[in-house]
Design a protein around this ligand. Structure first.
Ligand code: UDP
Ligand code: MG
Length: 150
């Protein structure tokens, strides 16, 4: 019997996704696959948070452009929970490179460039924890920095 692996991940609908009216379509795809929305909010990100979120890409040539893109309009940030949620969200989102994003994935169906690719999903457990804490500071408990129960 397989051991269950219920976990939480962080997902973001980037400004182009919100601007193009894809919020409902994207959330539908996550929910359809059994993921539960633990928390969600539509926000205008601040620069420090975005730079911290993408801190591992700081040395890349596209970093400044990436930060400006995420700051270009409202984004929807969310915590999703479910069996293998981290991998599942990335599968539903599709490949990073626009020419590799398969039809049936969000990026495959909607993204028109690698840079502006509609959605983000955490790529591993440590980053999921880090990104949840970064974008949902109000859900941290002061001492443990862990999420309060939702
Ligand atoms: N990105 C870009 N050019 C690239 C690679 C990535 O503009 O050549 C942007 C794109 O928006 C991507 C984000 O930077 O989603 C983060 O890159 P990463 O490699 O972490 O891809 P992801 O985890 O989002 O699939
Ligand atoms: Mg990434």
């Amino acid at each position: 019997m397989n051991k269950s692996n219920v976990e939480r991940t962080f997902a973001m609908i980037k400004p182009d996704g919100v601007r193009r009216g894809l919020v409902g379509e994207i959330i539908k795809r996550y929910e359809q696959k059994g993921l539960r929305i633990v928390a969600a909010k539509l926000i205008k990100a601040d620069r420090n948070t975005v730079e911290e979120h993408y801190s591992d890409l700081r040395s890349r040539s596209f970093f400044n452009e990436l930060v400006e893109y995420i700051l270009s309009g409202p984004i929807m940030v969310m915590i999703l929970e479910g069996e293998n949620a981290i991998k599942l969200v990335r599968m539903i989102n599709g490949a990073t490179r626009v020419e590799e994003a398969l039809p049936g994935t969000i990026r495959g169906d909607y993204a028109t460039s690698t840079a502006q690719n509609i959605v983000h999903g955490s790529d591993n457990y440590e980053n999921a924890q880090r990104e949840i804490n970064l974008w949902f500071p109000e859900l941290r408990t002061n001492e443990t920095r862990k999420l309060s129960v939702l």
